[in-house]
Design a protein around this ligand. Sequence first.
Ligand SMILES: C[S@@+](CC[C@H](N)C(=O)[O-])C[C@H]1O[C@@H](n2cnc3c(N)ncnc32)[C@H](O)[C@@H]1O
Length: 410
Amino acid sequence: MDPVQEQYELLPYPARDPADEDRRLIVGSPSELVEVDHFLFRGGRDWSQPFRALVAGGGTGDGLILLAQRLRDAGCPARIVYLDLSRAAREVAEARAARRGLSDMIRFETGDIARAPELAAEEGGAFDYVDCCGVLHHLPDPEAGLTALARALAPEGGMGLMLYAPYGRTGVYPLQEAFAQLLGQDPPAEKLRLARAALGALPPTNWFLRNEHLRDHETGDTGFYDLLLHGRDRPYDVPALLALLEAAGLAPVSFVEPARYDPRHYLPEGEEFAARVARLSEPERWALAERLAGNMRAHVLYVAPRERAEARVARPAPDMTPHLNALRADALAREIHKRGRLRVNFSGVRIELPIPREAAPIAARLDGRLTLGRVAQALGLDWLAFGQRYAPLHRALTSANLLRLSRGLK
Ligand SMILES: C[S@@+](CC[C@H](N)C(=O)[O-])C[C@H]1O[C@@H](n2cnc3c(N)ncnc32)[C@H](O)[C@@H]1O
């Protein structure tokens, strides 16, 4: 059996207990529905209309369950196809869906993501959305895999992707190679036992030990195996990622946290550096940011067919509802009022986003229910005056994925 398939049969990833569905929903990127709407459908999709999604390499179901639950909550007549090589992973995902009463909207398939176009045809047409999180970097031929997904995607549709990135995973690859060299012939349980023992005895100079951002190996056997004993795992820096997309006929719409990909956050302020950054193309800036930051463990981004990737991201309009992500409106308003800026922490890098104090009353009203037009009204501002105050707040929050716009989702 292929080593990757063997691994995920033995240790379905991530380790999940279906009973936990009774007490919490795991949220994240990609595939939070309001984020999908914001980044791929201009925040304007009509969610009362049918929606067809593919979760490719769905594992034990984190992305699947999030997407299905949100679509159900939105009352969308949606159909989701889950596809994964691992039967063991599928069993967990199926049990989680059943626990939430979501099974009726999901078709579960065991197989290779190369089957995506065939599944689209069986479903009666291309997918509006494809989730492929943490999968492509494990394929023998990632380009062929992504091309198959792209062929299954509707022209106006889009994908949410996560791929590993090299610098934030510093130390992982030499250790993966060392363990493969030393333990390659051992059965998985022996690999785990011996690799744990070896890790415990490594000298403090080892780069993996020095990388404080990697903690997956501390979460149990599944996390340990996935991080350090994986049978096939290659990271993508920004240029390699863009080449992969290009080969599949896709283009980036946005990284989920665009500010992380702005090199100016990692350089001294002032004209000398600003002028040099200004001379670079956008992809060159993203690549530079990755090299300077050094902390990116993965790239999370939304992509679309190359010819249709423009103008996908939502823009402020009176009928759009702003949704804060992981922020409370009152706390945000207080911080802006007090400091005239918002501090965010991207995996150890503290970034300050300037926001004029006059935007604080707007921030206080971002409750996920009021539209921007209603917020303007509540503040007694016409749309033009409101727009001028709202723009810097919008820019700052969206650059850190702290706000998404949607017309239809509440
Ligand atoms: C790291 S897990 C990610 C699971 C899930 N997407 C998540 O983010 O939680 C990778 C998954 O991809 C699946 N996989 C790997 N290669 C595949 C392929 N060629 N076709 C379908 N699934 C594949 C594995 O079985 C595994 O469940």
